[in-house]
Design a protein around this ligand. Structure first.
Ligand code: SF4
Ligand code: SF4
Length: 418
Protein backbone atom coordinates (compact mmCIF):
# COMPACT_ATOMS: atom_id res chain seq x y z
CA UNK A 1 0.00 0.00 0.00
CA UNK A 2 1.31 3.41 -0.97
CA UNK A 3 1.86 5.89 1.85
CA UNK A 4 2.46 9.63 1.70
CA UNK A 5 4.29 10.44 4.91
CA UNK A 6 6.36 13.61 4.67
CA UNK A 7 10.08 13.53 5.54
CA UNK A 8 9.23 15.59 8.61
CA UNK A 9 6.67 12.99 9.75
CA UNK A 10 9.17 10.18 9.28
CA UNK A 11 11.43 11.73 11.91
CA UNK A 12 8.87 10.31 14.38
CA UNK A 13 10.17 6.75 15.04
CA UNK A 14 6.63 5.41 15.50
CA UNK A 15 5.46 6.80 12.16
CA UNK A 16 8.57 5.37 10.54
CA UNK A 17 7.56 1.91 11.79
CA UNK A 18 3.91 2.54 10.81
CA UNK A 19 5.01 3.41 7.28
CA UNK A 20 6.81 0.09 6.80
CA UNK A 21 3.87 -1.83 8.29
CA UNK A 22 1.32 -0.05 6.07
CA UNK A 23 3.43 -0.78 3.00
CA UNK A 24 3.10 -4.54 3.67
CA UNK A 25 -0.65 -4.43 2.94
CA UNK A 26 -1.64 -5.11 -0.69
CA UNK A 27 -5.30 -4.36 0.05
CA UNK A 28 -6.51 -7.76 -1.20
CA UNK A 29 -9.22 -8.11 1.48
CA UNK A 30 -8.64 -11.83 2.20
CA UNK A 31 -8.49 -10.91 5.90
CA UNK A 32 -12.13 -9.76 5.91
CA UNK A 33 -13.22 -13.41 5.55
CA UNK A 34 -12.03 -14.30 9.07
CA UNK A 35 -12.64 -11.01 10.89
CA UNK A 36 -15.38 -11.45 13.54
CA UNK A 37 -16.58 -7.84 13.40
CA UNK A 38 -16.73 -7.83 9.59
CA UNK A 39 -18.71 -11.07 9.73
CA UNK A 40 -21.26 -9.45 12.06
CA UNK A 41 -21.77 -6.19 10.14
CA UNK A 42 -20.47 -6.88 6.58
CA UNK A 43 -19.26 -3.27 6.70
CA UNK A 44 -15.84 -2.58 5.13
CA UNK A 45 -14.90 -0.25 8.01
CA UNK A 46 -15.44 -3.12 10.45
CA UNK A 47 -12.85 -5.31 8.71
CA UNK A 48 -9.05 -5.25 8.84
CA UNK A 49 -8.61 -3.88 5.34
CA UNK A 50 -10.93 -0.96 6.10
CA UNK A 51 -9.26 -0.32 9.45
CA UNK A 52 -5.81 -0.28 7.84
CA UNK A 53 -7.15 2.24 5.32
CA UNK A 54 -8.47 4.41 8.18
CA UNK A 55 -5.16 4.21 10.07
CA UNK A 56 -3.26 5.18 6.94
CA UNK A 57 -5.59 8.15 6.35
CA UNK A 58 -5.38 9.75 9.76
CA UNK A 59 -1.70 8.99 10.33
CA UNK A 60 -0.56 10.39 6.97
CA UNK A 61 -2.94 13.35 7.03
CA UNK A 62 -1.79 14.34 10.53
CA UNK A 63 -5.32 14.57 11.85
CA UNK A 64 -7.49 12.79 14.39
CA UNK A 65 -9.92 10.09 13.20
CA UNK A 66 -13.56 11.19 12.77
CA UNK A 67 -16.10 9.81 15.26
CA UNK A 68 -17.17 7.19 12.70
CA UNK A 69 -13.56 6.13 12.00
CA UNK A 70 -12.90 5.99 15.73
CA UNK A 71 -15.85 3.63 16.22
CA UNK A 72 -14.58 1.31 13.51
CA UNK A 73 -11.14 1.20 15.13
CA UNK A 74 -12.53 0.72 18.64
CA UNK A 75 -14.70 -2.19 17.53
CA UNK A 76 -11.54 -4.13 16.59
CA UNK A 77 -10.98 -6.98 19.08
CA UNK A 78 -7.24 -7.21 18.37
CA UNK A 79 -7.99 -10.92 17.96
CA UNK A 80 -5.43 -11.16 15.12
CA UNK A 81 -7.47 -13.63 13.07
CA UNK A 82 -6.57 -11.29 10.19
CA UNK A 83 -2.86 -11.94 10.69
CA UNK A 84 -3.39 -15.70 10.41
CA UNK A 85 -5.24 -15.20 7.11
CA UNK A 86 -3.16 -12.43 5.55
CA UNK A 87 -0.97 -13.77 2.70
CA UNK A 88 1.32 -10.71 2.89
CA UNK A 89 2.16 -11.14 6.59
CA UNK A 90 0.86 -7.70 7.62
CA UNK A 91 1.77 -6.99 11.24
CA UNK A 92 -1.66 -5.68 12.24
CA UNK A 93 -0.92 -5.79 15.99
CA UNK A 94 1.94 -3.32 16.01
CA UNK A 95 0.26 -1.08 13.46
CA UNK A 96 -2.92 -0.84 15.54
CA UNK A 97 -0.93 -0.32 18.78
CA UNK A 98 0.87 2.65 17.16
CA UNK A 99 -2.40 4.06 15.79
CA UNK A 100 -4.07 3.80 19.23
CA UNK A 101 -1.24 5.78 20.79
CA UNK A 102 -1.72 8.58 18.25
CA UNK A 103 -5.41 9.02 19.05
CA UNK A 104 -6.30 11.91 21.30
CA UNK A 105 -9.43 10.62 23.03
CA UNK A 106 -12.14 12.69 24.71
CA UNK A 107 -11.66 13.21 28.46
CA UNK A 108 -14.39 10.72 29.49
CA UNK A 109 -12.88 8.00 27.33
CA UNK A 110 -9.38 8.73 28.63
CA UNK A 111 -10.63 8.62 32.22
CA UNK A 112 -12.34 5.27 31.64
CA UNK A 113 -9.20 3.76 30.14
CA UNK A 114 -7.09 5.18 32.95
CA UNK A 115 -9.40 3.56 35.55
CA UNK A 116 -9.03 0.19 33.80
CA UNK A 117 -5.23 0.57 33.60
CA UNK A 118 -5.04 1.51 37.29
CA UNK A 119 -7.25 -1.36 38.53
CA UNK A 120 -7.19 -4.50 36.40
CA UNK A 121 -3.41 -5.16 36.24
CA UNK A 122 -2.96 -4.69 40.03
CA UNK A 123 -4.15 -7.78 41.92
CA UNK A 124 -4.69 -5.97 45.25
CA UNK A 125 -6.63 -3.10 43.71
CA UNK A 126 -8.54 -5.52 41.52
CA UNK A 127 -9.49 -7.72 44.49
CA UNK A 128 -10.59 -4.62 46.42
CA UNK A 129 -12.70 -3.52 43.46
CA UNK A 130 -14.29 -6.98 43.37
CA UNK A 131 -15.20 -6.65 47.07
CA UNK A 132 -16.60 -3.14 46.53
CA UNK A 133 -18.45 -4.40 43.46
CA UNK A 134 -20.02 -7.17 45.53
CA UNK A 135 -21.22 -4.52 48.02
CA UNK A 136 -22.62 -2.50 45.12
CA UNK A 137 -24.64 -5.45 43.82
CA UNK A 138 -27.98 -4.09 45.07
CA UNK A 139 -27.35 -0.78 43.27
CA UNK A 140 -26.33 -2.42 40.00
CA UNK A 141 -29.20 -0.97 37.97
CA UNK A 142 -28.06 2.56 38.88
CA UNK A 143 -24.43 2.02 37.88
CA UNK A 144 -22.86 2.97 34.53
CA UNK A 145 -22.79 -0.09 32.26
CA UNK A 146 -19.05 -0.71 32.53
CA UNK A 147 -19.17 -0.75 36.35
CA UNK A 148 -22.27 -2.95 36.27
CA UNK A 149 -20.34 -5.45 34.16
CA UNK A 150 -17.51 -5.41 36.69
CA UNK A 151 -20.07 -6.19 39.41
CA UNK A 152 -21.22 -9.13 37.30
CA UNK A 153 -17.65 -10.44 37.30
CA UNK A 154 -17.75 -10.79 41.10
CA UNK A 155 -20.49 -13.39 40.73
CA UNK A 156 -18.08 -15.53 38.77
CA UNK A 157 -14.95 -14.91 40.86
CA UNK A 158 -13.66 -18.01 42.61
CA UNK A 159 -12.85 -17.62 46.34
CA UNK A 160 -9.67 -19.76 46.29
CA UNK A 161 -6.68 -18.10 47.95
CA UNK A 162 -4.03 -16.77 45.52
CA UNK A 163 -0.95 -18.92 45.02
CA UNK A 164 1.78 -17.80 47.46
CA UNK A 165 5.18 -16.64 46.24
CA UNK A 166 7.98 -19.17 46.81
CA UNK A 167 9.63 -22.23 45.34
CA UNK A 168 7.59 -25.37 44.71
CA UNK A 169 9.95 -28.35 44.46
CA UNK A 170 9.68 -30.97 41.73
CA UNK A 171 8.24 -34.31 42.79
CA UNK A 172 10.79 -37.09 42.22
CA UNK A 173 13.62 -36.10 39.84
CA UNK A 174 13.87 -32.46 38.82
CA UNK A 175 13.77 -32.10 35.02
CA UNK A 176 13.36 -28.36 34.71
CA UNK A 177 13.34 -25.15 36.76
CA UNK A 178 10.80 -22.57 35.63
CA UNK A 179 9.53 -19.17 36.68
CA UNK A 180 5.77 -19.03 36.71
CA UNK A 181 3.66 -16.01 35.84
CA UNK A 182 0.65 -15.95 38.15
CA UNK A 183 -1.18 -13.24 36.20
CA UNK A 184 -3.05 -10.27 37.62
CA UNK A 185 -6.75 -10.55 36.73
CA UNK A 186 -6.57 -14.37 36.58
CA UNK A 187 -5.13 -14.61 40.09
CA UNK A 188 -8.03 -12.51 41.39
CA UNK A 189 -10.83 -14.17 39.43
CA UNK A 190 -9.82 -17.84 39.68
CA UNK A 191 -6.66 -18.65 41.63
CA UNK A 192 -7.43 -22.38 41.36
CA UNK A 193 -5.94 -22.30 37.84
CA UNK A 194 -2.52 -21.43 39.26
CA UNK A 195 -2.76 -24.08 42.00
CA UNK A 196 -3.63 -26.70 39.35
CA UNK A 197 -0.70 -25.52 37.20
CA UNK A 198 1.79 -25.91 40.06
CA UNK A 199 0.46 -29.36 40.99
CA UNK A 200 0.70 -30.47 37.34
CA UNK A 201 4.18 -29.09 36.72
CA UNK A 202 5.76 -30.29 39.96
CA UNK A 203 4.26 -33.74 39.34
CA UNK A 204 5.94 -33.75 35.91
CA UNK A 205 9.32 -32.85 37.42
CA UNK A 206 9.41 -29.05 37.23
CA UNK A 207 10.67 -26.92 40.11
CA UNK A 208 8.35 -23.91 39.96
CA UNK A 209 9.50 -20.49 41.16
CA UNK A 210 6.85 -17.87 41.89
CA UNK A 211 8.60 -14.56 42.61
CA UNK A 212 7.03 -12.04 44.98
CA UNK A 213 5.77 -8.70 43.58
CA UNK A 214 6.14 -9.65 39.91
CA UNK A 215 3.01 -7.65 39.03
CA UNK A 216 1.53 -7.47 35.55
CA UNK A 217 3.18 -8.25 32.18
CA UNK A 218 1.90 -4.96 30.71
CA UNK A 219 -0.53 -6.43 28.17
CA UNK A 220 -3.65 -4.61 29.38
CA UNK A 221 -1.98 -1.19 29.54
CA UNK A 222 -0.30 -1.65 26.14
CA UNK A 223 -3.53 -2.47 24.34
CA UNK A 224 -5.38 0.39 26.07
CA UNK A 225 -2.80 2.71 24.50
CA UNK A 226 -0.81 3.30 27.73
CA UNK A 227 2.60 2.31 26.41
CA UNK A 228 4.67 3.89 29.18
CA UNK A 229 2.61 2.22 31.93
CA UNK A 230 3.11 -1.07 30.09
CA UNK A 231 6.87 -0.51 29.97
CA UNK A 232 6.94 0.30 33.72
CA UNK A 233 5.14 -2.98 34.46
CA UNK A 234 7.61 -4.90 32.31
CA UNK A 235 10.63 -3.35 34.07
CA UNK A 236 9.17 -4.30 37.47
CA UNK A 237 8.49 -7.86 36.32
CA UNK A 238 11.98 -8.26 34.87
CA UNK A 239 13.53 -7.03 38.15
CA UNK A 240 11.52 -9.61 40.12
CA UNK A 241 12.66 -12.38 37.73
CA UNK A 242 16.34 -11.51 37.41
CA UNK A 243 17.52 -13.07 40.72
CA UNK A 244 16.31 -16.50 39.57
CA UNK A 245 18.28 -18.79 37.30
CA UNK A 246 15.73 -20.81 35.30
CA UNK A 247 15.30 -22.88 32.13
CA UNK A 248 11.97 -21.34 31.13
CA UNK A 249 9.16 -18.99 32.04
CA UNK A 250 5.84 -20.81 32.08
CA UNK A 251 2.61 -18.95 31.40
CA UNK A 252 -0.90 -20.35 31.73
CA UNK A 253 -2.77 -17.23 30.53
CA UNK A 254 -2.35 -17.08 26.76
CA UNK A 255 -2.99 -13.32 26.57
CA UNK A 256 -0.08 -12.67 28.93
CA UNK A 257 2.08 -15.25 27.14
CA UNK A 258 1.55 -13.60 23.79
CA UNK A 259 2.47 -10.20 25.18
CA UNK A 260 5.61 -11.44 26.96
CA UNK A 261 6.79 -13.13 23.76
CA UNK A 262 6.50 -9.66 22.18
CA UNK A 263 8.50 -7.83 24.90
CA UNK A 264 11.50 -7.49 22.57
CA UNK A 265 9.43 -5.22 20.32
CA UNK A 266 7.66 -3.36 23.13
CA UNK A 267 10.93 -2.54 24.97
CA UNK A 268 13.17 -1.90 21.95
CA UNK A 269 13.56 1.81 22.77
CA UNK A 270 14.66 1.23 26.39
CA UNK A 271 18.49 1.07 26.45
CA UNK A 272 18.56 -0.51 29.93
CA UNK A 273 15.90 -3.21 29.57
CA UNK A 274 15.75 -4.01 25.83
CA UNK A 275 18.19 -6.94 26.09
CA UNK A 276 16.60 -8.43 29.22
CA UNK A 277 13.14 -8.07 27.66
CA UNK A 278 14.28 -9.95 24.57
CA UNK A 279 15.92 -12.62 26.73
CA UNK A 280 12.76 -13.32 28.75
CA UNK A 281 10.60 -13.19 25.62
CA UNK A 282 12.75 -16.01 24.24
CA UNK A 283 12.51 -17.99 27.50
CA UNK A 284 8.71 -17.80 27.71
CA UNK A 285 6.52 -20.81 26.95
CA UNK A 286 2.81 -21.43 27.06
CA UNK A 287 1.92 -24.15 29.58
CA UNK A 288 0.94 -26.46 26.70
CA UNK A 289 4.41 -26.11 25.14
CA UNK A 290 6.12 -27.06 28.41
CA UNK A 291 3.85 -30.05 29.10
CA UNK A 292 4.24 -31.23 25.50
CA UNK A 293 8.03 -31.12 25.99
CA UNK A 294 7.79 -33.12 29.24
CA UNK A 295 5.20 -35.60 27.95
CA UNK A 296 2.00 -36.81 29.59
CA UNK A 297 0.67 -40.34 30.08
CA UNK A 298 -2.85 -41.63 29.46
CA UNK A 299 -5.02 -41.50 32.57
CA UNK A 300 -7.54 -44.06 33.85
CA UNK A 301 -9.60 -41.33 35.63
CA UNK A 302 -10.92 -39.38 32.69
CA UNK A 303 -12.59 -42.28 30.80
CA UNK A 304 -12.67 -40.58 27.39
CA UNK A 305 -14.63 -37.57 28.67
CA UNK A 306 -15.51 -35.37 25.69
CA UNK A 307 -13.95 -31.91 25.90
CA UNK A 308 -14.85 -28.98 23.64
CA UNK A 309 -11.64 -27.05 23.15
CA UNK A 310 -11.78 -23.28 22.84
CA UNK A 311 -8.46 -21.96 21.56
CA UNK A 312 -8.01 -18.32 22.66
CA UNK A 313 -7.04 -15.88 19.90
CA UNK A 314 -3.88 -14.96 21.78
CA UNK A 315 -2.90 -18.64 21.61
CA UNK A 316 -3.91 -19.60 18.05
CA UNK A 317 -3.42 -16.30 16.20
CA UNK A 318 -0.97 -14.57 18.54
CA UNK A 319 1.37 -17.42 19.53
CA UNK A 320 0.41 -19.68 16.58
CA UNK A 321 -0.15 -22.59 18.99
CA UNK A 322 -2.97 -24.83 17.80
CA UNK A 323 -1.85 -28.46 17.98
CA UNK A 324 -0.48 -28.89 21.51
CA UNK A 325 -3.60 -28.38 23.68
CA UNK A 326 -5.62 -30.91 21.67
CA UNK A 327 -2.73 -33.38 21.49
CA UNK A 328 -2.16 -33.17 25.26
CA UNK A 329 -5.82 -33.70 26.13
CA UNK A 330 -5.96 -36.70 23.80
CA UNK A 331 -2.72 -38.11 25.20
CA UNK A 332 -4.22 -37.82 28.70
CA UNK A 333 -7.26 -39.85 27.60
CA UNK A 334 -9.91 -37.22 26.83
CA UNK A 335 -11.72 -37.11 23.52
CA UNK A 336 -11.60 -33.63 22.03
CA UNK A 337 -14.02 -31.69 19.79
CA UNK A 338 -13.26 -28.36 18.15
CA UNK A 339 -16.29 -26.10 17.70
CA UNK A 340 -17.32 -24.79 14.27
CA UNK A 341 -15.42 -21.65 13.20
CA UNK A 342 -12.93 -22.21 16.01
CA UNK A 343 -10.77 -19.41 14.55
CA UNK A 344 -13.35 -16.81 15.62
CA UNK A 345 -12.95 -14.75 18.79
CA UNK A 346 -15.34 -15.30 21.73
CA UNK A 347 -15.57 -11.53 22.30
CA UNK A 348 -13.65 -11.35 25.59
CA UNK A 349 -10.49 -9.74 24.15
CA UNK A 350 -8.98 -8.20 27.30
CA UNK A 351 -10.97 -5.10 28.23
CA UNK A 352 -13.11 -5.29 25.08
CA UNK A 353 -15.99 -6.91 26.99
CA UNK A 354 -16.12 -3.81 29.20
CA UNK A 355 -15.65 -1.25 26.43
CA UNK A 356 -17.73 -2.79 23.60
CA UNK A 357 -20.40 -4.82 25.41
CA UNK A 358 -22.82 -5.31 22.49
CA UNK A 359 -20.39 -6.86 19.99
CA UNK A 360 -18.66 -8.70 22.81
CA UNK A 361 -21.87 -10.30 24.09
CA UNK A 362 -23.02 -11.25 20.60
CA UNK A 363 -19.71 -13.04 19.94
CA UNK A 364 -19.89 -14.67 23.39
CA UNK A 365 -23.36 -16.08 22.68
CA UNK A 366 -22.26 -17.30 19.23
CA UNK A 367 -19.25 -19.05 20.78
CA UNK A 368 -21.33 -20.69 23.54
CA UNK A 369 -23.74 -21.93 20.86
CA UNK A 370 -21.08 -23.67 18.73
CA UNK A 371 -19.44 -25.12 21.86
CA UNK A 372 -22.80 -26.53 22.94
CA UNK A 373 -23.29 -28.02 19.46
CA UNK A 374 -20.19 -30.19 19.94
CA UNK A 375 -22.17 -32.19 22.52
CA UNK A 376 -19.09 -32.20 24.78
CA UNK A 377 -19.45 -32.51 28.54
CA UNK A 378 -17.03 -29.72 29.38
CA UNK A 379 -15.35 -26.71 27.74
CA UNK A 380 -11.60 -26.18 28.15
CA UNK A 381 -9.60 -23.05 27.40
CA UNK A 382 -6.22 -21.50 28.19
CA UNK A 383 -7.15 -17.96 29.10
CA UNK A 384 -9.14 -16.69 32.08
CA UNK A 385 -10.63 -13.83 30.03
CA UNK A 386 -12.25 -16.22 27.54
CA UNK A 387 -13.43 -18.56 30.32
CA UNK A 388 -15.04 -15.75 32.26
CA UNK A 389 -16.71 -14.38 29.17
CA UNK A 390 -18.08 -17.66 27.79
CA UNK A 391 -19.37 -18.96 31.14
CA UNK A 392 -22.64 -17.00 31.45
CA UNK A 393 -23.93 -18.24 28.08
CA UNK A 394 -22.32 -21.70 28.16
CA UNK A 395 -24.34 -24.90 28.44
CA UNK A 396 -21.35 -26.79 29.88
CA UNK A 397 -18.88 -26.13 32.73
CA UNK A 398 -15.85 -24.11 31.60
CA UNK A 399 -12.43 -25.06 32.98
CA UNK A 400 -8.78 -24.36 32.24
CA UNK A 401 -6.60 -26.83 30.34
CA UNK A 402 -4.31 -26.95 33.41
CA UNK A 403 -7.19 -28.19 35.57
CA UNK A 404 -8.00 -31.07 33.20
CA UNK A 405 -4.36 -32.12 32.86
CA UNK A 406 -3.90 -31.83 36.64
CA UNK A 407 -6.95 -34.09 37.19
CA UNK A 408 -5.68 -36.58 34.59
CA UNK A 409 -2.31 -36.85 36.35
CA UNK A 410 -3.69 -37.33 39.87
CA UNK A 411 -5.09 -33.95 40.98
CA UNK A 412 -8.67 -33.17 42.04
CA UNK A 413 -11.55 -33.32 39.56
CA UNK A 414 -12.42 -29.74 38.46
CA UNK A 415 -15.64 -28.39 39.97
CA UNK A 416 -18.72 -28.76 37.77
CA UNK A 417 -17.66 -32.02 36.07
CA UNK A 418 -19.87 -34.98 36.96
S1 SF4 B 1 -5.16 -9.85 3.82
FE1 SF4 B 1 -3.32 -8.72 4.43
S2 SF4 B 1 -2.62 -7.70 2.56
FE2 SF4 B 1 -4.75 -8.32 2.20
S3 SF4 B 1 -5.99 -6.52 2.85
FE3 SF4 B 1 -5.84 -7.86 4.63
S4 SF4 B 1 -4.06 -7.09 5.75
FE4 SF4 B 1 -3.92 -6.23 3.68
S1 SF4 C 1 -7.76 -7.99 14.92
FE1 SF4 C 1 -9.65 -9.24 14.77
S2 SF4 C 1 -11.34 -7.78 14.91
FE2 SF4 C 1 -9.48 -6.60 14.50
S3 SF4 C 1 -9.43 -6.37 12.29
FE3 SF4 C 1 -8.19 -8.20 12.76
S4 SF4 C 1 -9.64 -9.92 12.61
FE4 SF4 C 1 -10.86 -8.02 12.73
Amino acid sequence: METNFSLQQLLDPELKVAESLLQQCVHCGFCNATCPTYQLSQDEGDGPRGRIWIMRAFLTEERQPSAEEQNYLDRCLTCLACTTTCPAGVDYLHLSDIARRKIDRPLKDRALRRVLTEILPHPRRFRLSLILSALARSFVKFLPSMLARMVDMTERANKTKPLAAGTYPAQKTRRMRALMLTGCAQQSLDAEINHATVRLLTRLGVEVVVPAHAGCCGALAEHLGHHHDAQDSIRAMIKSWQPHDVDAVVINASGCGFHIKDWGFVMQDDPHFAEAAKYYAGLSRDLSEIVAQLGIASSPHVKGLNVALHLPCSLQHGQKITAQPKALLEAAGFSVSLPADSHLCCGAAGTYALLQPEVSDQLGRNKAEVLKATGAAVIASSNMGCMNHIRPAAAQPVVHLAQLLDWATGGPKPKGIN
